[in-house]
Design a protein around this ligand. Sequence first.
Ligand code: GLN
Ligand code: ZN
Length: 768
Amino acid sequence: MQTHNLGYPRIGSNRELKKACEHYWSGKITAQELANTSRNLTIKNWKIQLETGIDLIPSNDFSYYDQILDMSLTVGAIPKRYNEIALDKFNNELDLYFAMARGYQKNGLDITAMEMTKWFDTNYHYIVPEFYKNQEFTLFSNKIINEFVGAKQVGIKTKPVIIGLVSYLLLGKEKEDGFDKLDLVTNLLPVYIEILKELEAQGAEWIQFDEPFLALDLSEKEKEVYKFVYTILKKKFPKLKIMIATYFDGLKDNLSLAVSLPICALHIDLVRCPEQLDDVLNNIPESLSLSLGIIDGRNIWKNDFETSLLFIKKAVKKIGCDRVMIAPSCSLLHSPCDLDLETNEETLLPEIKQWLAFAKQKLDEVVTLKELSSKKPDKKALEKYDRNKKDIESRKTSKRIHNKKVKERVSSITAKDSERNNPFSIRKITQRNELKLPLFPTTTIGSFPQTSEVRSWRAKFKKGDISAAEYNALLKKETEESIRWQDEIGIDVLVHGEFERNDMVEYFGEQLSGFVFTKNGWVQSYGSRCVKPPVIYGDVYRPNPMTVYWSEYAQSLTKSLVKGMLTGPVTILQWSFVRDDQPRSVTCNQIALAIRDEVVDLEKAGIKIIQIDEPAIREGLPLRKSEWQAYLQWAVCAFRISASGVNDATQIHTHMCYSEFNDIIQNISDMDADVITIECSRSQMELLDAFAEFKYPNEIGPGVYDIHSPRVPSKEEMVQLLKKAQDVIPANQLWVNPDCGLKTRHWDETKKALIAMVEASKEATSYF
Ligand code: GLN
Ligand code: ZN
């Protein structure tokens, strides 16, 4: 039996890579210094894995920015607009690479970056390959080979990890019409062959091709291309041991295809889809080894050894221990680095810490499981087994996790809890009488600029340099100024500005029971950007009101309407590490009830409009289409539970950014928010078409300007967009607002933009 790893976090346990990259970008360090930092980091990671006892250690899992971008550079899939950078002798390969990742504004050039999008259903983002008709590929960068050789130099023969050819093509985008990216396979395959030749010549034995698309819905053509590619690779390299890694879902209907490929080993994700093991074991041919992905690479919970050993035993019994490999379910890129660094016992209680495992600890679990599956496990492994049993037991029974009241409340949820008193057609009339808003009412999405000043107050407060009272007074002053200014320019529905919030999920997590925060649990999101998701470890409830103080204060300053501002249950769930001992839907309902209580308290405090943000609803969609409706059903229901505790007169808003709505418009409508604000300006209102076609009955605020850049939009262009909007949506259903919150903007441009926006709304009104 062999152990292996699919990929180790590359950012460094102290985010060394992030810092080095950012220093390089700002010119503080040289390319050589960046390369040195990276080399040291990679060696350190290899050594950790070696010392832990992993048999097959990956290489090429390191990346300065993103592994798919690496592959595009490797095979020379470099869009033409970067030619000038590539040709400039003052630039090196690294500058070209970062230009593709981040765009290039230097030496009179202004070249846009390549597009970035979410890596399957994770919060990691990859750089989308760009494909053109008859595109040629060449071996442009030697990164894969260099890393293999680099590891050899420190005495480690690695298993290079390469995105599989079919998945690489499927991840990309056709940038012109009239061809199918899959047809590029014949041009691309020779480059893959060249890479393998070189690796083989350098002594490589194992190659891991990541083919996550094998766990997704595939067309017949895609299946054919899989057969074609791997048959040729087998012919060319009969001696290389090729492993195909699948993850994030089960093989399901692709099982017979996957086990028929002429490869040496197949890796399956038994965390996401444990039920596939029996099927796979019943169908696997003798020539194939099976890698069991049993340690969760996407979450932070300690593995339950007892359960895992049952899986391993079953596999061993069926195919023999020589053909069984064990590994994390997917690359550990999605886990934080090292739990040992969490030393603050006040924030992360030892009781909770003992339930967790980060990347380094997960590899130890892999190795221990191998030892425990041997005929005579050593004493150390047996001790670890006992310890594991105790930790798992303590989690199952902990009073900290399990709260009877919360569980009872969730299990007694009825259909009525997810329904407002009356349908929108009736609520609409009540709300019009109560709120007396003009046509094209103006509002914003919630946050106002988080200036460096505001952030410095928070930093000082956290460090203890200023008292809670001083911090509070500063925030109050900032909030008051924002309210006064909104009144001055005549916005209809005001916001308090969210100055007290660090982050739209963390702010709530910190106040809800059942959440805990790590000090160093960073995970790469894109490039040098890392996130530190909260950990939902226990039953969630709201001990105290969370936002009422600020909304009430803001409302006390003005006669205008102030909108209360909350993050919705699905988004809080989606952007956290979620407990794995109960269905996600149950955890979501617990959060929904906590938000519901907050909504009701806001209403009691005199707040007449309440926004519940759900930007993450769409990204929670399962990878397989057949599972969409089940997810959407509980997700939409959780939102409705959070929103339905109030009277007809209270207007519920929701907000979603970066979403396409076409295929989920029925579900968006089922959310039944009185008003939805969406990001729309960059698509020139095209995203509204889904709502128009559906005849979306509730009110809707399509964003009229892009908040991602400092550019100030003119009144005229916003009027134009509003005209476009009311071509497809009746004017009395429309709101006027920016695309999203303004926290990343400066006041200067924010003020100009919002003044123009209010004018645009007035002008649009005058047409009716
Ligand atoms: N209310 C939040 C804000 O304005 C919404 C952010 C978001 O949609 N991502 O900042
Ligand atoms: Zn948004």
